[in-house]
Write a protein that binds this ligand. Structure first.
Ligand SMILES: C[C@@](CO)(OP(=O)(O)O)[C@H](O)COP(=O)(O)OP(=O)(O)OC[C@H]1O[C@@H](n2ccc(N)nc2=O)[C@H](O)[C@@H]1O
Ligand SMILES: Nc1ncnc2c1ncn2[C@@H]1O[C@H](COP(=O)(O)OP(=O)(O)O)[C@@H](O)[C@H]1O
Length: 300
């Protein structure tokens, strides 16, 4: 008689907080031959996050490959999802054994908002798989892999307060931004990142951010200085077409924000507050008009 040992099924899982980012500054300094633009921007992680759970299963009779699910039904769950593509890339580049890899994303970061929602999910998947497969990739190797998925992924892998140059991948660590409260408000329209970069090509940028000033303020732990140097060349382009950007900024400033700016390619506008109760009140009032309003804080 032939005895076959029942194959052992092993599960391993990890849950990662995938944090959003805001841009404290964003300057576009040139255009490369491949169409990508060179940038100089100061980026900051915030506490608002998606939760990404990654489970690897080995020994099942029928391995199922990468299986992604998401709390938001309108987001794609195949290779159009950046988190799915991150897993595909990880297995392809490391040669780790793929049987079943389940990814579940609990989405809290508003989508297509200038907050790097997709990029941070992708970064979370790379980190999770590196740990689950004990692949031993260094931070630099993960960032190199992440850049193949999108310009913001390397920052999302590292987080904190950073100067980003190149197309966003050349990162320099800056002193932590002084802690403050952040009210985020996403008006109900989408602005594709690619289009904003294209529009930048056809306008004269009259006012560039003073990144040196911003970095000096960060070096001194000077919160008021940070608020004074907030600047984003993309805000001018989008605010000219969408009156809500200016309206939200004015509302935040009139209700206690120490500084306001559009994040990334928008359309999310944020206000920085040193005072939590003022931030709470402003968020509560703004939420009556814009449902996608969040109260969060800086996170290093
Ligand atoms: C504008 C920023 C600022 O932080 O953020 P978001 O508004 O997306 O959050 C980033 O530069 C967005 O980075 P990310 O969203 O990762 O961009 P990618 O997916 O790599 O590129 C989307 C498209 O934007 C354009 N693009 C992106 C980055 C860059 N430095 N130059 C570009 O021209 C390209 O046309 C590209 O096809
Ligand atoms: N995991 C994901 N989370 C959010 N959006 C995603 C994801 N994967 C792919 N996308 C797509 O990426 C586009 C940009 O979304 P997002 O990354 O949230 O914006 P932004 O780059 O402005 O921060 C959306 O149109 C969305 O359909």
């Amino acid at each position: 008689m032939l005895f076959r040992r029942k194959q052992e099924i092993t599960h391993a899982d990890t849950t990662v907080r995938a944090r959003a980012k805001i841009n404290l500054t964003l300057d576009v300094t040139g255009r490369r031959e491949d169409g990508y633009h060179t940038v100089e921007m100061v980026m900051q992680s915030i506490a608002l996050h998606d939760t990404v759970r990654v489970t690897t299963i080995h020994g099942e009779k029928k391995p199922r490959g990468i299986v992604l699910s998401c709390s938001l039904p309108f987001l794609p769950t195949d290779e159009r999802n950046l988190a799915y593509r991150a897993a595909e890339l990880f297995y392809k580049e490391t040669g780790a054994l793929l049987e079943t890899c389940e990814i579940h994303i609990e989405k809290r970061i508003p989508v297509a908002a200038g907050l790097a929602g997709g990029s941070t999910d992708a970064a979370a998947v790379l980190r999770a798989l590196n740990a689950l497969h004990t692949a031993g990739l260094t931070d630099d190797e993960l960032c190199e892999m992440g850049l193949k998925l999108g310009a913001d992924v390397p920052f999302c892998l590292r987080g904190g307060t950073m100067l980003a140059q190149g197309i966003g991948e050349e990162l320099s660590l800056l002193p932590d931004m002084p802690h403050c409260w952040v009210v985020l408000c996403k008006p109900p329209f989408a602005v594709p990142t690619k289009e904003v970069y294209q529009e930048i090509d056809s306008v004269d940028i009259l006012e560039h951010p003073d990144n040196k000033g911003m970095m000096a303020a960060l070096n001194q732990g000077d919160y008021e200085g940070v608020c004074a140097y907030l600047s984003n060349v993309m805000e001018t382009v989008t605010a000219a077409k969408r009156r809500q950007i200016g309206e939200i900024k004015s509302f935040l400033a009139e209700n206690g924000a120490d500084g306001t700016l559009m994040s990334g390619s928008g359309p999310t506008v944020y206000g920085l507050f040193s005072d939590e109760s003022r931030a709470k009140t402003a968020a509560k009032m703004l939420r009556r008009r814009f449902a996608d309003t969040f109260l969060t804080e800086t996170c290093n």
